[in-house]
Design a protein around this ligand. Structure first.
Ligand code: TYM
Length: 325
């Protein structure tokens, strides 16, 4: 059987939220037990393509490491790395630049969205998916657990892999995105928009109980009063139902029955308590790691050392095939 090699990452561009957890990290934790190679990365080179504060950046990077560990990523099963500590990522990205068509990149919705949002059109933003392809293919990974917004980037990864294979010989196997039910969690304020880090529209994993309660209370709902899963007619309630389902493990049908005849506010109160209870053990575990920064750094450094070795081996093969060595 083929080896399963998992790779994924998150940008340290703000507090992680329930969308990041339900769309990505929840699946990472399940998959880390079932794979032959597992690497989870903090994408610190990706996050500098949009405005950020250099003064707090190291702290933001460490915050993501703490979130990974508190969520249950097991350093005995997965390597946990900072992208910039494994320089082969950017080296391979340059190599891939030479076989990537600009036309694969400038039509991507994520690129266009960022451009619209920030008005800043830097090369890094355009080149972002090429660095992502390098992240994934540097370790010959073949399974990438992500939310829906990243699928177009994995398509680009496969285009690059195919072009490399045909130009320089069979090297990379196809990469599959791994998506589950939480792949697209929407904003609490606007169910047409995905939950994001930059706005106040999501629940951060570190939000305290009062903030969680207040955010859910203020979440927009749909007209009518039925608690029903209906993505077309009731997109706000459908999103809240999905979150409830994924946090509680209860089936959607069961939740619908439970709230038959009850009000939106009954439902929201219970959803808030479910979220508070769900996040409590996470937040406690996070404090333990916060109090032990030396251990966290050790985990990162050990993982990065191992990753550099894996990366060296694969990059040498790639360079040999290209006549670079
Ligand atoms: P980022 O930091 O934007 O998001 C991290 C992960 O969270 C998922 N996600 C969501 N899932 C469901 N609902 C949402 N509202 C939601 N918002 C975010 C994302 O899909 C993603 O899985 N480019 C990547 C980081 C990266 C990467 C990689 C990922 C760099 N290299 C290689 C995979 C493989 C990013 O910016 O994710």
């Amino acid at each position: 059987m083929n080896m399963v090699k998992i790779f994924s990452g998150i940008r340290p561009s703000g507090k992680l939220h329930l969308g990041n957890y339900l769309g990505a990290i929840k699946n990472w934790i399940e998959l880390q037990n079932k794979a032959d190679q597992v690497i989870f990365m903090i994408a610190d080179y990706h996050a500098i393509t949009t405005p950020y504060d250099p003064k707090t950046y190291q702290q933001q990077i460490m915050d993501v490491a703490l979130d990974y560990l508190a969520a249950g990523i097991d350093p005995d099963k997965a390597l946990l790395i900072r992208q910039s500590k494994v320089p082969q990522h950017t080296e391979l990205a340059w190599i891939f630049n030479t076989i990537t068509s600009v036309g694969w990149l400038d039509r991507l919705p994520t690129y266009k969205e960022q451009l619209e949002k920030t008005g800043i059109n830097n090369m890094g933003l355009l080149d972002y998916p090429v660095l992502m392809a390098a992240d994934i293919l540097l370790y010959k990974s073949n399974l990438v657990p992500v939310g829906e917004d990243q699928v177009a980037h994995i398509d680009v990864t496969n285009e690059i892999a195919k072009r490399f294979n045909s130009a320089f010989g069979e090297t990379f196997e196809p990469v599959k995105p791994h998506l589950e039910e939480g792949a697209r969690i929407m904003s609490l304020q606007n169910p047409a928009k995905k939950m994001s880090k930059t706005s106040d529209e999501g629940i951060a994993l570190s939000d305290n109980p009062d903030i969680i309660r207040s955010k859910i209370k203020k979440a927009v709902t749909d007209s009518g009063k039925e608690i029903k899963y209906d993505p077309d007619e009731k997109s706000a309630i459908t999103n809240l139902l999905t979150v409830y389902h994924l946090l509680s493990g209860k089936e959607i049908k069961t939740i619908e029955k439970e709230y038959d005849g009850k009000s939106y506010s009954d439902f929201k109160n219970d959803l808030a308590e479910t979220a508070v209870n769900f996040l409590k053990p996470f937040q406690e575990k996070r404090k333990e790691f916060e109090n032990n920064p030396k251990k966290v750094l050790e985990i990162l450094e050990k993982s990065e050392e191992k990753s550099r070795q894996l990366a060296d081996k694969n990059l040498s093969e790639i360079k040999k095939k290209m006549g670079l060595i």
